[in-house]
Write a protein that binds this ligand. Structure first.
Ligand SMILES: [Zn+2]
Length: 393
């Protein structure tokens, strides 16, 4: 009964983490053993005796794997006959199953030690980059084309996939190409759907820059636009690149009593912390987050009303809120957040200021520091409602 929710809820934090690690270790051993068994079943073609036309159909129909899990396990199990080290890489947790599936076609008796070592501990995205380096694909030409007005009906999935001699790619997820995918070393394909407005802006930018980018290369134009956007947002949120000004005595007094952190301090903190969350856990591992960053007054602004650069640090939103929950309690912070959300969506700036004051008492960020990220979100939301498309770059 150790795994019942009620029992687990009674565990201490260290016991919960230790128990989870033990479960992961056990599941990796089971996964490795499972791959060995699947490989042997495949080799003996036992699926045919059981009225399944392929190993894939057997895995989905009899073993109840999802299509993705079946595909990954069969790919790895087959490749492991050539490169048995893949089984041990699974058992030790060196490389996860998805990573091994991506690497499988590119592993050889000669390169597997080096490649598996390089893939150790890497994310799926990082392994995709490794694969792109091992097997570079040609660059794609920039294109803009119109999508059908109505979405095409979903393609029927084949009932079975013939996995011999080479396994077919599974129909689900793999049909949806990643928005940003590595093609070769330091080369990526970027793909997204644009609405009419964004499409028109791209065309306008091409025309305006024709004297500098005669072929209207979209990658060049987007890079220039992003340079400007990044500079703008860094300036707005973190004061980076903003010219220092000599504030008046009144302004200095107002700033000291205001929650608004002076630009000079924002800039120094941002640069000192390297634009990254500064939370370091007890093992010395630092949070990798570089998005959703907020300034945290270590001593609580409500208590000190001071903006001291040595007592302000960058935290990602998640760690900032986690820290606040530890200080003030989860229930209290949830009440404060719901108050903020309901006010932000309703009564307007006066009420927002009132909530801002209340949240100041909690030493919490008010959202005023996050104005830049909102505009970026808007672009993302518009692009999801699109009828005009830019499918391939
Ligand atoms: Zn963090």
């Amino acid at each position: 009964m150790i795994n019942s929710l009620e029992t687990v809820a009674l565990l201490s934090d260290p016991d919960l983490l230790a128990g989870t690690h033990e479960l992961v270790d056990n599941s990796l051993c089971t996964e490795a053993d499972l791959l060995v068994h699947l490989s042997e079943i495949d080799e003996r073609k036992l699926y045919a005796d059981r009225a399944f036309p392929s190993m894939f159909a057997f895995c989905v129909g009899e073993l109840r794997f999802s299509e993705d899990a079946a595909y990954s396990r069969i790919m790895v199990a087959r490749a492991a006959r050539r490169v048995p080290a893949m089984i041990e890489a699974t058992r030790s947790g060196q490389v996860h199953l998805t990573g091994l599936r991506l690497l499988a076609p590119h592993l050889t008796a000669e390169n597997h030690s080096e490649v598996l070592a390089e893939a150790t501990g890497k994310t799926k995205r990082e392994i995709e980059e490794l694969v792109a380096r091992l097997a570079p694909q040609p660059a794609v030409a920039p294109t803009i084309r119109r999508l059908p007005e109505r979405p095409a009906p979903a393609r029927a999935e084949p009932l079975t996939l013939a996995l011999e001699p080479a396994p077919a790619r599974p129909p689900p997820r793999e049909d949806h190409r990643r928005a940003i995918a590595p093609l070769a070393e330091k080369k990526y394909r970027v793909e997204f759907t644009a609405d009419q407005e964004l499409h028109d802006k791209l065309r306008e930018a091409q025309d305006l820059l024709r004297h500098r980018i005669p072929d209207g290369d979209l990658a060049c134009i987007v890079e220039r636009a992003l340079d400007l956007l990044i500079d703008h947002v860094k300036k707005e949120r973190f004061g980076v690149g903003r010219k220092p000004r000599q504030p008046s005595a009144v302004a200095v007094q107002e700033e000291a009593s205001s929650r608004h952190i002076p630009d000079a301090i924002k800039r120094k903190v941002y640069q000192r912390d390297g634009g990254r969350c500064t939370l370091v856990d007890e093992r010395g591992r630092r949070c990798p987050a570089t998005g959703n960053l907020e300034f945290e007054h270590v001593d609580g602004f409500a208590l000190t009303h001071l903006h001291d650069e040595d007592r302000i640090r960058l935290l990602c939103r998640s760690h900032n809120q986690h820290a606040a929950e530890k200080t003030y309690g989860r229930a209290f912070m949830e009440r404060a957040r719901s108050l903020r959300v309901s006010t932000c969506s309703g009564p307007g700036r006066g009420a927002l200021r009132a909530v801002t004051r209340q949240l100041d008492l909690l030493g919490q960020p008010t959202g005023a520091e996050g104005a830049g990220s909102k505009s970026v979100m808007c672009v993302a939301e518009r692009s999801t409602q699109a009828s005009h498309a830019v499918p391939v770059w």
